[in-house]
Design a protein around this ligand. Sequence first.
Ligand code: NAP
Length: 291
Amino acid sequence: MAATIISGKEMSAQIREQMTAEVQDLIGRGQGNKGFYPPGLAVIQVGEDPASSIYVRNKKRACEQVGILSFGYVLDETASQDELIDLIDTLNKDPRVHGILCQLPLPAHMDEFAVICAISPEKDVDGFHPVNKGLLSIGRECLVSCTPLGCLALLKNQGIEIAGKRCVVIGRSNIVGKPVALLMLAEHATVTIAHSRTQHLAELCREADIIIAAIGREGFVTKDFIKPGAVVIDVGINRSADGKVRGDVLFDEVSEIAGAITPVPGGVGPMTITMLLQNTLHAYKNITGRS
Ligand code: NAP
């Protein structure tokens, strides 16, 4: 039986439509009021790395689409870490800015952790600040990284039951594996986190009702990993030799066994940017007290 395809593209379009109406409503009610600013996201890029430029452009375009203001800052590749942190300090205090995103990776002479720590936790829409990471780990309200949030939104909007289910997350990175495992735990799944030293991985995965693959290895998850009917969320983005983008899951064969599966492209990817918009709106509401 072929799996249900969970389309992040369609889900994203629906969420963005709702968000557009919400932003328009916020602006309509706030305009003319003293001290009112519409929701705003500052996007900082250091250097002109082509891949980063594409990501930054897509994020700005998505903001415009839903009515969130975007403020772009491009620092020279040779800019010092102090210059970057000064800019972040200014944006932390800027009332027009409710979210700050510093596109990673940064040039090698900069300490990413120090830069992330400079962003005010309440404007940390990437959810990378240790305060937000800590709050997530103790199950408190916080800004959560966008890709893990996107995975959860895909499962929930598809009506997939999570509580009591067995979930294997393959990957333990700070930006995907660990936070998505914590989100699944908060939803009462029984969670196993696997990584490159995990033994008997396929066997372990065959016990899972939900598999979340965040590895970075094309077609790594084959049909041997799948229990019939399991739900498979493919986070991987891998550029194939033929130039196409493929996931960590061998889609054609896994979709014959799984109950539901996300495609690549068109699955988790579009949801990641949508969750960035959602986080910006969330930060806006927290900072301004408007809802
Ligand atoms: P990462 O930091 O490189 O982490 C990869 C994880 O996979 C590590 O924990 C690693 O284990 C594990 N791994 C590697 N080989 C393995 C193996 N043979 N068996 C089991 N586990 C193995 O990557 P990431 O940043 O989490 O990203 C993962 C993938 O998601 C990449 O393809 C990335 O491009 C994609 N991604 C997509 C989005 C999106 O918006 N869709 C966003 C972010 C990332 P160790 O810890 O033991 O090394």
